[in-house]
Each structure stands twice: as structure tokens, then as C-alpha cells.
Design a protein around this ligand. Structure first.
Ligand code: F0G
Length: 469
């Protein structure tokens, strides 16, 4: 159903046109200190307490009654923009620009027409789980193949507006691919620090192709980020990891798209993979702001799923309900989320707490099975994204998800990002027998190795024997 067109007039102050003024400030999530955007330190840490900042729009939370934005008008405007040919309107991030007024001029926005990603029903997985309303919001269908594009368009546009010539990130691969692409579009130079040998080739190839200076370091992601944090304090380079609060402003917009797709009745539950924990934080902020502004009636439960070998937040929730976090040495084949010391864990814990969600971990074999099942739906995703379905199975087995609930899995990366993983799974070389223990049946049922067949009609037909009758 389409929202009603906007009213021709209304009480002063309640229409949307005053929402695009750049009045944002940065709020420290630790000590509550407030800064103007350009006053932040290069590492985006608070000088008083060391915590991270989030973008705040003064006055939004306090708006009541007629002072609130006109919800019907905004919803109508955002939907109408999808039919526009203007560059900003064609972006699934900037068509919601009233809710991210972080630029002095929207003309500075660097866009690859990110966002507006598909929401797919998952009928097979839904049937297997005995729930009806199971969907995948596929952020892998973004221009560089991952959810990072929605954050990169926002933060890189800020870098450009503030006159930086160099941008940089530490990455497990997707951030670097997205950053390199957007930097190239904007004519900026980019520096990528990645852990040597521990990122998928598809992602590395993107950073090279888009022209980044790419350094493979003999350390892990956490080591790369620590080093880069020191570098940006010495050189005029703009840091584009998700400690940069503008990244999260862009990454909150899939929350708006999800709410819009359900006609502004939010789903019951959103399940998100957890690595450095910026994305779950961003989606929590997105739904929180919709709720505070009266655009939706409630927030969905937000659950975060980690790989068992890279599970500091899941451990923290098991041990102290997410109030303290002990870093771990991370190991998982889902290399995108191979992170042991997540920067945004406090923000993510807040999103889980305030929505009544959970944080769990899943094993390597559970991830591989879930990934193959998402493949069977005709969608596919990268391994890190598949933790969402594996986590949902666990939550369902615990009775935490009821039959009638509407659940959305956030798929973060495209299946072609890590083709080696997929091929190893189907060849049967991915997992050890210890890792597969208990799931051998599922794994065998899902494997489809390529067959080596003689180039004759008889030989090809023989391979179908018993399958086509
Ligand atoms: N899924 C994929 C495909 C990712 O690339 C990442 C993070 C995550 C999930 C986790 O998101 O860090 O916001 O909790 N990738 C980062 C990178 C770390 O460098 O590309 P998060």
C-alpha cells in the first residue's frame, strides 16, 4: 500500500524541509561529551574517556506532537524518489537524506546508487524451520557486493566535503573493496591494510582493480586497525573504518528500507552477523530513530550472531550479559568476521539490550550448511552472512522464535566474494571430520561437486540416470 501524498500545508516546523540542515553533532557513548563533527580526533575516539562517538541530531528525540516530522509526507517522499532520475534520489541511502543530514551540501555526496537492495522470501528455509515469514535482506546486492557501500557513501562524502585527499581503512576485505571503489569515484587516493593471506581473493582483487594502495600485513584485522589508528594521527588521512560514526549513518538506512518494505510495520526479529559490530549498531540506531520520530510503532528484536572461533560478544553475553568484553584470538573460515576485539561492541550490546535480542555463536559446520542452504534458495551469500540462518536455527530450537513471527536475515555479502569457500564445500575439502561431526547427513545432502564427464550425449545423459525420468 502506498502512503498518502503529503498534505499541502501544516503547522510550521512539522514538515520535512527543515530536516536537511546540517546540524549534526557527535555524542560520546562513554562519557556523553559532545563535539562538532569536524572536531573529532583522527581515530574517532573521545579524548576524555577513549570511547566512540555517534552522530546525534539535536532536538529529534525531544520532538513531540506537531513538532514531529510529518510521517506520511516523509514516507511518501522517500517512495516517490525511487522513480526519480536524480542521482541522490536513486541512492537507497540518500533518498532518506532527511534522516542523515551530515553534509553541508548534498551535492558533495559520492554515490554508486547503493542500497535499494532486494528483500527475498526464503520459502525452503522457512518450511524447514516451521516458520512462515522468513526473509533475507540481501546487502550483497550492493555495487561492490557488500553492505559496506551504504556506509561508505556517507563517510566518504564527509571526507570529500572536508577536503581530504587520502582515505584509509583496515579490513577483512569488504570495507576495503567498498572504500577503494568510492574513493576512485570521488578522485581520492586510498590506503588499505589487510591481514596477509586471510582475506577472500574476490575482495582483494576489487581493492587492486579500483586502484587502492593495498598493504598485506603480517598480522590480523585487529592488528591492522591498531596500526592504522596510529598512522592517521600522524598523516592527513581520513579513517573509514566503522569507528567513523558517519559510516554507521549510511549503514542505518537498510533499517528504513526494511521498515518501508513491511509498510512501516517492522518485522519481529532482525538477525545480523557480528564482526567489528558496526553494522548491528547502525541498524539498531536506524530503528531507534524511526521509533523516536514516530515513523514506526516499535523496534524489531535485533540479534547478533558470531562465528564460534571469533565470538567475543557472544561470550560476553553468556558470561556477563554484554557488560564487559574480553578480546579473543579469532579463527574462522568466515574471514569477513575474523575479528577478536570488536571496536563497536558497546553500541551493538545496546541494540541487543534495548530490543530484547540475543547474541549467539555458531560453528564452522553450521555456517557451511547454512550457506549452502541459502545457495539452494537461488540467492547465495558469503560465509559470514550465513551465520544469520545458522543462528536462527539455534534460536528456533531454543524456542526463542515463535511460529508466527516475521524474521529478516541480513545477508551482508555476495556469494561471489569468496568462491573458494563455496568450491571447497562442494568438493568436500572445506571441513575436517571433527568439524562436520553430527552434520554429515546435511552436508552430504547439500554438496554438488562438479562432475568430470566425457563430451558425449550418452555420458551426459548417464549422469542424469535416476534423476530425470
Ligand atoms: N559480513 C560481512 C560480509 C562483512 O564483511 C563484515 C565485516 C561483517 C559481516 C561484520 O560486520 O564488522 O559491522 O560487525 N567486514 C569488515 C571488513 C570488518 O573489513 O570488511 P561488522
Amino acid at each position: 500500500m502506498k502512503p498518502d501524498p503529503p498534505p499541502k500545508s501544516g503547522p510550521a516546523g512539522n514538515l520535512f524541509y527543515d530536516m536537511t540542515d546540517n546540524l549534526h553533532q557527535l555524542l560520546c557513548i562513554g562519557c556523553g561529551a559532545r563535539l562538532k563533527g569536524a572536531e573529532a580526533q583522527p581515530d574517532f575516539r573521545c579524548v576524555l574517556c577513549g570511547e566512540l562517538f555517534e552522530v546525534e541530531y539535536p532536538g529529534w528525540r525531544e520532538r513531540r506532537g506537531n513538532d514531529r516530522p510529518n510521517a506520511g509526507a516523509l514516507k511518501w517522499l522517500w517512495r516517490e524518489r525511487r522513480a526519480s532520475s536524480e542521482a541522490l534520489d536513486r541512492s537507497g541511502v540518500w533518498r532518506f537524506r532527511e534522516l542523515l543530514p551530515i553534509l553541508d551540501s548534498f551535492g558533495d555526496a559520492v554515490t554508486l546508487f547503493e542500497g535499494n537492495t532486494p528483500l527475498y522470501h526464503l520459502p525452503r528455509a522457512a518450511r524447514a524451520l516451521g516458520i512462515d515469514q522468513l526473509f533475507a535482506k540481501h546487502q550483497g546486492m550492493n555495487p561492490s557486493g557488500s553492505f559496506k557501500d551504504t556506509g561508505m557513501t556517507a563517510a566518504l562524502s564527509v571526507a570529500k566535503e572536508r577536503g581530504f585527499e587520502w582515505v584509509a581503512c583496515a579490513s577483512t576485505g569488504n570495507t576495503s573493496a567498498a572504500m577503494a571503489a568510492y574513493a576512485a569515484r570521488a578522485g581520492l587516493k586510498s590506503l588499505v591494510l589487510i591481514p596477509d593471506g586471510k582475506i577472500a581473493w574476490g575482495k582483494l582483487s576489487q581493492a587492486m582493480d579500483y586502484g587502492a594502495v593495498t598493504c598485506q600485513l603480517k598480522t590480523d584485522f585487529d592488528g591492522c586497525l591498531t596500526l592504522l589508528t596510529q598512522i592517521v594521527k600522524e598523516a592527513p588521512i581520513y579513517l573509514l573504518n566503522s569507528v567513523n560514526p558517519y559510516r554507521l549513518e549510511g549503514q542505518k538506512t537498510p533499517a528504513f528500507e526494511i521498515a518501508e518494505a513491511f509498510d512501516w510495520n517492522v518485522p519481529d526479529h532482525l538477525i545480523v552477523p557480528g564482526g567489528n559490530l558496526g553494522n548491528s549498531s547502525a541498524l539498531g540506531k536506524g530503528f531507534r530513530e524511526l521509533h523516536e520520530l514516530g515513523l514506526v510503532a516499535r523496534m524489531p528484536r535485533i540479534s547478533v550472531i558470531q562465528a564460534a572461533g571469533a565470538n567475543p560478544l557472544a561470550r560476553s553475553f553468556a558470561e556477563n550479559d554484554g557488560t564487559a568484553l574480553e578480546p579473543v584470538e579469532a579463527h574462522t573460515r568466515a574471514t569477513a568476521i575474523r575479528i577478536g576485539n570488536p571496536a563497536s561492541w558497546r553500541k551493538a550490546a545496546r541494540a541487543i539490550h534495548e530490543t530484547g535480542g540475543w547474541c549467539l555463536d555458531v560453528t564452522e559446520a553450521e555456517i557451511a550448511v547454512a550457506k549452502a542452504e541459502i545457495g539452494r534458495e537461488g540467492l547465495g551469500c558469503e560465509p559470514a552472512s550465513a551465520v544469520t540462518l545458522a543462528g536462527l536455527k539455534k534460536l528456533r530450537a531454543r524456542g526463542a522464535v515463535a511460529d508466527g513471527e516475521t524474521v529478516v536475515l541480513l545477508l551482508t555479502g555476495h556469494t561471489l566474494k569468496d568462491a573458494d569457500y563455496t568450491i571447497d564445500f562442494h568438493r568436500g575439502t572445506l571441513l575436517s571430520s571433527e568439524e562436520s561431526a553430527g552434520l554429515e547427513g546435511e552436508i552430504e545432502g547439500l554438496r554438488r561437486n562438479a562432475l568430470v564427464v566425457e563430451a558425449t550425449q550418452a555420458a551426459v545423459l548417464a549422469t542424469l540416470k535416476g534423476r530425470v525420468e
